[in-house]
Design a protein around this ligand. Structure first.
Ligand code: GH3
Ligand code: MG
Ligand code: MG
Ligand code: MG
Length: 299
């Protein structure tokens, strides 16, 4: 993808000369004949740099620059200005312009240099933002199962409780813990255990609705958050999960095993209206399910 430059000048000849030069350099050029047309063009597509004349009918380059800055856009603007307008150029720099170039543009290298620097700065910034997004994503994802980890869990439940409160909805929370998972590792190896965890996560994903969110809370412990789900429905889902896990057989490298799971549940606002209590209650219910012999659901 080539970078796109929005080139704004009311004189067609100037636009033609500069556009050809920029296109030779490998850029895509979009032209506009005044600030107003340019701003419309700017808002309707992604551009990487704006090069604008100052004196134009309808909307000046300075007004265009200010309008662009008001959009919170990170796109840079280079100002083209006449010799007599150097004071305006300084104003433009104060208003956030990246650079200014004197017209007529005689030293083409100076101009291309400025353009290339601005574009480079933008692509670096884009790359950094992408990296930051990736890092954020890595921090909240469990690499083994691809599920969210426990980091975003509390924030997520908080947001869901607020939403449930606002719309007078219920919210179900299910804690699930695989039974005797340590034995699986001991009997079949840690790698087998890893594959089983992945498979288990897929089982849960297959049971989720559009609004469900699943988290890997810890080693072999998972949480399902069920928006707009009342007690009756939460019980139904919990019992169904028990059954699904019981019935499926897991096979890896020709070795098969069955597992069971223990589940504890709690529902907002029936059991608690408070995030910490709701989570504690679901966790306690899970503990009771373990004490009651496992492979069961308690709420
Ligand atoms: P219980 O029925 O009481 O839940 O017994 P359990 O054996 O499932 O529970 P326990 O907490 O005693 O053991 C959990 C085991 O899970 C211990 C740990 O080594 C294993 N484990 C935790 N994370 C992973 C993982 O990512 N991969 C594998 N293979 N094992 C893991
Ligand atoms: Mg002009
Ligand atoms: Mg366990
Ligand atoms: Mg456990």
């Amino acid at each position: 993808m080539t970078e796109k430059i929005l080139l704004v000048d009311d004189e067609p000849e100037i636009r033609e000369i500069l556009a050809e030069l920029l296109e030779d350099e490998g850029y895509t050029v979009v032209q506009a004949e005044n600030g107003e047309a340019a701003f419309e063009s700017f808002m309707s597509q992604e551009v990487d740099l704006v090069i604008t004349d100052v004196r134009m009918p309808k909307m000046t380059g300075v007004e265009l620059l200010k309008a662009i800055k008001q959009t919170d856009s990170e796109v840079d603007t280079i100002i083209l200005t006449g010799q007599s307008d150097e004071l305006t150029a300084i104003d433009c720099l104060r208003a956030g312009a990246y650079d200014y170039l004197l017209k007529p543009v005689e030293d083409l290298d100076v101009m291309l240099n400025s353009v290339n620097r601005a574009i480079e700065k933008r692509s670096l910034r884009k790359k950094n933002l992408e990296l930051m997004d990736q890092l954020e994503e890595l921090a909240v994802r469990d690499p083994l199962t691809g599920l969210y980890n426990m980091r975003p869990f509390y924030q997520f439940v908080d947001a869901e409780i607020s939403s449930a409160q606002e719309h007078s909805h219920h919210l179900g929370v299910l804690f699930l813990d695989i039974d005797y998972f340590k034995k699986i590792n001991d009997n079949f190896g840690h790698q087998f255990g890893d594959h089983l965890l992945r498979w288990f996560a897929e089982l849960l994903k297959a049971e989720q609705t559009e609004t469900t969110n699943i988290f890997r809370y810890g080693g072999e412990e998972f949480v399902m958050v069920l928006p707009e789900t009342n007690t009756e429905k939460t019980i139904e889902i919990g019992k169904r999960l028990l059954e699904v896990v019981r019935q499926q057989e897991f096979t890896h490298n020709g070795v098969s095993t069955n597992i069971t799971v223990s589940i504890g549940g709690a529902v907002y606002p029936v059991d608690s209206i408070n995030q910490t209590d709701l989570i504690r209650l679901a966790d306690q219910a899970l503990y009771k399910a373990k004490e009651s012999g496992r492979d069961c659901f308690i709420m």
